[in-house]
Design a protein around this ligand. Structure first.
Ligand SMILES: [Ca+2]
Ligand SMILES: [Ca+2]
Ligand SMILES: [Ca+2]
Ligand SMILES: [Ca+2]
Length: 382
């Protein structure tokens, strides 16, 4: 971890250079950012079903956080605050996506009308340093520097969990509030509890990455172009207020350093991943995309050890492919995930969910998507 000396940083900024990339924190650790294929980017509505395709290794939780204000350290209590988070990106749309499911025992007590009333409410702070410049982005020595350079090297977004007022969902620390709205940013959320009670907030955020953010507006700012394989500095904090609006019940942050709210050198590294093989289209032709959905007869059929089921999706969506007995009893799920349009295959080895070999006989393979379903017979001969 490196703490920059302010005069040096200001000098670097004034000649138009980024600050040196810091040794990010914690060191020797990076997090993956899931690449959403074209057409499968999440809808920012608080419904996290479009994140089901994101494999487990992309998810982080309460255990990765450190409480740094009250002194709890790693002594988290998921009955007080329990979170599950993931980050995604889209090459075509040049956007970052964040998802959280946050359980809290006392969620978002109404402290009054915004903007003053937001303080003392539960907040998810997301900080982004897209070009990995590091550097100070808040707390400059005079107002002129503060006006220009706050949020320039990195952006500190406050996302309310959940917002007390529907039109007050996100706030940028600094003057550049224009980035908190479409087309630059969007917040969507759902909450299964009542304000002041316990419950889980499901929230999605999309953000535009910046090399330089100028509060004056987009014309004097520089959008960062996301590239596969590059490292971004990203962190977040969960500011949990419960009974009191004066004291944090917990200030939990991924960076493990409270001063990440001033210095982008303290952000963890996030690496933009290629598209996962599990969501890649197994296309018969290089650019072929089927226009109709359907399932072919399994082959071989009858079969002895295994049989292959080929199916095509005309549109992207959730697919369930399962084997049932002749009387309709569920035996085995072969596929249950969101897939892009394309041609696929799945194999059934004649075993049930617990690995037991099913007896010889007739079985049914059923495919179901949002728009069609089909059933085909398979005969097992042992
Ligand atoms: Ca969604
Ligand atoms: Ca709490
Ligand atoms: Ca930066
Ligand atoms: Ca709370």
């Amino acid at each position: 971890m490196r703490v920059l000396v302010l005069p040096f940083l200001v000098a670097a900024l004034l000649v138009g250079q980024a600050g040196p990339a810091g040794a990010h924190f914690p060191s020797d650790l990076s997090y993956p950012v899931f690449q959403f294929p074209d057409g499968l980017e999440p809808s920012i509505d608080g419904d996290l079903s479009d994140w089901q395709m994101v494999p487990e290794r992309y998810w982080t939780g309460t255990a990765e956080l450190m409480e740094t204000v009250r002194g709890l350290g790693e002594q988290f209590d998921e009955q007080d605050l329990g979170v599950r988070t993931a980050v995604g990106w889209s090459h075509t749309r040049n956007r970052l996506y964040f998802a959280v499911a946050a359980y809290d025992d006392i969620h978002n007590v109404d402290r009054g009308a915004p903007p003053d009333g937001i303080w003392g409410g539960d907040i998810w702070e997301i900080v982004v340093d897209a070009d990995h410049s590091g550097g100070i982005y808040n707390g400059f020595s005079n107002q002129q520097l503060e006006d220009r350079w706050r949020s320039a090297q990195a952006q500190n977004y406050h996302v309310f969990l959940p917002p007390e007022q529907p039109d007050w969902t996100m706030w940028l620390w600094g003057k550049g509030q224009w980035v908190c709205q479409l087309p630059y940013a969007q917040v969507g959320w759902q909450y299964d509890g009542v304000p002041g009670g316990k419950g889980t907030v499901f929230q999605e955020v999309s953000l535009t990455p910046f090399d330089d953010l100028n509060w004056a507006g987009p014309d004097s700012s520089v959008v960062h172009q996301l590239r596969e394989g590059e490292i971004l500095g990203i962190s977040w904090s969960f500011l949990d207020f419960d009974a009191s609006d004066k004291d944090y019940d917990g200030f939990w942050n991924l960076s493990h350093a409270t001063r990440m709210d001033h210095t982008a050198d303290l952000f963890p590294d996030f690496v933009l991943q290629p598209i996962e093989p599990t969501v890649t289209v197994v296309a018969d032709g290089a650019t072929a995309s089927p226009t109709r959905s359907g399932m072919a007869p399994s082959y071989p059929n009858p079969f002895n050890s295994q049989t292959t089921i080929r199916y095509e999706l005309g549109t992207a969506g959730r697919v369930r492919l399962a084997v049932h007995t002749a009387t309709g009893q569920h035996l085995r799920t072969l596929v249950d995930q969101v897939l892009p349009a394309g041609a696929y295959s799945a194999t059934w080895d004649g075993r049930d969910e617990s690995g037991r070999v099913a007896a010889s006989g007739v079985y049914l393979c059923r495919i179901q998507t949002g728009t069609f379903s089909e059933v085909r017979k398979m005969v097992s001969v042992r």
